[in-house]
Design a protein around this ligand. Structure first.
Ligand SMILES: Nc1ncnc2c1ncn2[C@@H]1O[C@H](COP(=O)(O)OP(=O)(O)OP(=O)(O)O)[C@@H](O)[C@H]1O
Ligand SMILES: [Mg+2]
Length: 334
């Protein structure tokens, strides 16, 4: 992300009102990291066409690094309730998608409702088995993952959902929600877990006093911060964020986006950021994948996508509705 776009989002965040705790997780270390920040390796890779499987078959990006995950020619088909009993109609939710995430890289997946974004996220985190194709996790084929593999992947890849209510248990205190992943994965002892809980809540810009609260006592933005803290509990390598800001009040969206950007830089997190808003994706991504009807129709850096869109559908998205982040943002590229 350039300093300029960062400053723009900062300006939006500071203009935003309506949440009590403003995130400012920026530290001296993070400022230093910002100076060193560079485009993630593989940022210019194209990942969408049919000739792909061969080129990608080595799962490498050419610089010797192993991708955190690699989706190889994934198809996901769902049967629908329409059609006859023996010939039900089918929806091709994902249609030949090849995609990989390198350490520290942020991929933005953008496309209209129903284009297969969440199905892709579900394939990555193992909630959905592909109809065909392979899923590799750190070079290992985990397409038919076992419970043990799923646990291992769960420690490395966390998910942040659109609605924090899905991620949080309404009857558990914030403290216990943050403790839960460490308990389930048997990480640390009592003292180190307690320390980590306080660290996590600070990382997402909330005061320790919220630890005793229930999710219902917090605002939507604060709940999403807790969901993010929970996703970070096991110190993952990557986060899959599926529309993490779209259920939130417009005034809070820029703050949550900023928080995610600060965290990914400070913790060197890789991220898959999913949104139907191309302007939101622009600010956070090293590489953008434009999806339409289950396919990646275009891949490129934000500059390439915004300055020289190649596909008609990308142009359509660029000219479409103004940004959800800020109503004026879309006008520039329309
Ligand atoms: N479990 C399912 N059974 C049948 N069809 C499904 C199922 N899950 C998704 N679909 C269909 O697959 C297609 C892709 O859905 P998906 O949820 O991945 O889209 P999306 O891009 O995440 O959309 P949105 O922006 O609305 O979240 C849609 O047509 C959807 O109706
Ligand atoms: Mg979705």
């Amino acid at each position: 992300m350039s300093d300029e776009s960062r400053a723009e989002v900062d300006a939006l965040a500071s203009a935003a009102r309506g949440e009590e705790f403003v995130d400012d997780v920026k530290t001296a270390a993070s400022a230093a990291a910002e100076e060193e920040s560079q485009t993630a390796p593989g940022a210019l890779d194209e990942d969408d066409d049919r000739a792909k499987p061969q080129r990608d078959a080595d799962s490498g990006a050419g610089d010797g690094q192993t991708p955190i995950f690699f989706l190889d020619d994934i198809h996901v088909t769902f049967k629908t309730r329409t059609g006859s009993l023996f010939h039900p109609n089918r929806v091709h939710a994902v249609n030949g998608l090849t995609l990989r995430l390198m350490p520290g890289e942020t991929i933005g997946i953008v496309g209209e409702s129903g284009c297969g974004k969440s199905t892709t996220a579900n394939v990555i985190c193992g909630l959905q088995k592909p109809t065909s194709g392979h899923v590799y996790f750190k070079g290992e084929d985990v397409t038919n993952r076992t419970a043990a593999e799923r646990r291992k992947i769960g420690r490395v890849i966390s998910v942040v959902f659109q609605d924090p209510a899905t991620a949080l248990n309404a009857r558990m205190t914030i403290h216990d929600q943050l403790l839960d992943p460490m308990r389930v994965h048997n990480v640390g002892d009592k003292d180190s877990r307690e320390k980590r809980i306080h660290e996590l809540i600070g990382m997402v810009g909330l005061p320790g006093s919220v630890l005793g609260a229930l999710p219902g006592q917090l605002s939507g933005g604060q709940r999403q911060r807790v969901a993010i803290a929970r996703a970070l509990a096991l110190n993952p390598d990557a986060i899959i964020a599926d529309e993490p800001t779209s259920a939130l009040d417009v005034s809070v969206r820029a703050q949550i986006l900023n928080l995610l950007m600060d965290l990914k830089r400070d913790l060197n997190l890789a991220m898959v950021f999913i949104s139907h808003d191309i302007q939101t994706v622009r600010y956070i991504s090293d590489r953008i994948i434009v999806m339409n009807a289950g396919r990646a129709v275009e891949t490129g850096t934000p500059e390439q996508i915004f300055e020289h869109p190649q596909d008609d559908y990308t142009r359509l998205l660029l000219g479409a509705a103004p940004s959800l982040l800020h109503p004026d943002m879309g006008k520039r590229s329309a």
